[in-house]
Design a binder for this molecule. Structure first.
Ligand code: HEC
Length: 157
């Protein structure tokens, strides 16, 4: 056993010197993880990407792809709700829950039914819900379209 106080002090100091930076860097990493992640516009970019491919899959009546892109869009909506509570004073998570989620759920039910006419109607309804949130958040000039045809973006320019 080490008994001499000076040796104990040195041992203690060494232990602290090793452990303290590790603790600090752990806290630091945790904070970075919590605040990092794509901002609203970047998330909207992915949401537009998934919803456009969803629309093209609906237009082509490809059920596997429609199902796949709807799922990606649902995950993107969940991530938005989890990560962006507010933006410019607008309650983004709440608006997404109220405006976008019901449209996604309706479309999911239509996809389960396999009725393409209903799927197309609910897809159009989903696009309308994107635009209704843009209007509600003072971004009404960002007009999303079904994206059928040749426009490289499902958006009005
Ligand atoms: C919660 C409200 C809300 C919903 C729901 C919403 N948006 Fe947005 N969207 C916004 C806001 C606010 C901005 C502006 C972000 C900024 O100023 O950085 C935006 C910006 C955008 C942009 C511009 C960024 C870019 O990449 O060009 C696109 C495109 C877009 N949204 C697409 C969509 C699509 C597609 C949907 C539906 C599937 C949708 N949004 C649903 C609020 C919403």
């Amino acid at each position: 056993m080490i008994k001499h106080p000076a040796i104990l002090l040195i041992a203690g100091t060494l232990t602290l010197a090793i452990l303290l930076p590790a603790c600090i860097s752990n806290t630091y990493e945790k904070e970075v993880v919590e605040v990092a992640g794509p901002g609203l516009a970047t998330q909207m970019n992915s949401i537009q990407h998934w919803s456009h491919k969803l629309g093209l899959s609906v237009e082509a009546e490809n059920m596997e792809l429609t199902d796949f892109y709807l799922h990606e869009l649902e995950e993107a909506a969940e991530f938005l709700i989890e990560t962006v509570e507010e933006y410019d004073g607008y309650p983004i998570a709440e608006l997404t829950q109220v405006k976008l989620v019901p449209g996604l759920e309706a479309l999911e039910a239509a996809v389960d039914s396999g009725e393409w006419e209903q799927i197309r109607r609910d897809y159009t309804g989903l696009v309308a819900s994107c635009n209704s949130c843009h209007t509600a958040t003072d971004h009404g000039y960002i007009v999303i379209t079904e994206g059928y045809g040749n426009n490289p973006f499902n958006q009005e320019f």
